[in-house]
Structures are given as C-alpha cells and as structure tokens.
Design a protein around this ligand. Structure first.
Ligand SMILES: [Zn+2]
Length: 102
C-alpha cells in the first residue's frame, strides 16, 4: 500500500490550504477580515477531524485567527457538554426493593 502523503496528519496540506484561501478570496468567512500577512488566516475544518472531517476543500473554511479560536472554543465546550450528558447516572434502586434490614 502506498503511503498517502499528509492523509493522516492534523494539518491541512499547503496546496489545499492555498486553494481554500483562493476560493474564499483571502477573507475570513465569519468577519470578513482580509488576511494581511502570513499565518493570520487559517483553513478550518467545518466538520472537525475528530468527528470524521477531512482535509478536503469542501470541508474547509477560511477563518481569521480570532474567529478560528472562538469556533474551536465553542466546539470544545459543546464536546464537554456532550460527554457530560453521556455519563451514566448511578442506578436508582427499584422502588419495590427495600434496603436490607427494613
Ligand atoms: Zn474572522
């Protein structure tokens, strides 16, 4: 099996990142900020990688650093909330069962 370059990395390949910025005209899709320098725009995964999102252009959106940070924090907060909701509650005793000794 051939090793698919960058298929399993966290970072978007540069060529795909560039295509994302070109498509979005080098502007943040949330606030409209125009990138002024190297590194002030990010190619963000619309569907996060931990939820199966890929580096495909269709899954990428240009965001400025502050908007990317806010989005990431919101996703992390939602994830924490979901994990808390999935936690098992302690089993409630059956109403017909009496504790020993009663
Ligand atoms: Zn922005």
């Amino acid at each position: 099996m051939a090793w698919a370059k960058n298929s399993n990395t966290r970072h978007v390949p540069h060529a795909v990142q560039r295509a994302c910025f070109d498509r979005d005209e080098h502007r943040c899709r949330r606030c409209g900020y125009e990138g002024a320098g190297r590194g002030d725009l990010h190619a963000d995964h619309a569907v996060p990688q931990h939820r199966g999102g890929t580096h495909h252009l269709d899954n990428l959106v240009t965001l400025c650093v502050p908007c990317h940070k806010l989005k990431t924090e919101a996703e992390q907060a939602a994830s924490v909330k979901q994990r808390a909701a999935r936690r098992r509650l302690p089993p409630t005793p059956h109403p017909g069962l009496k504790p020993p000794g009663e």
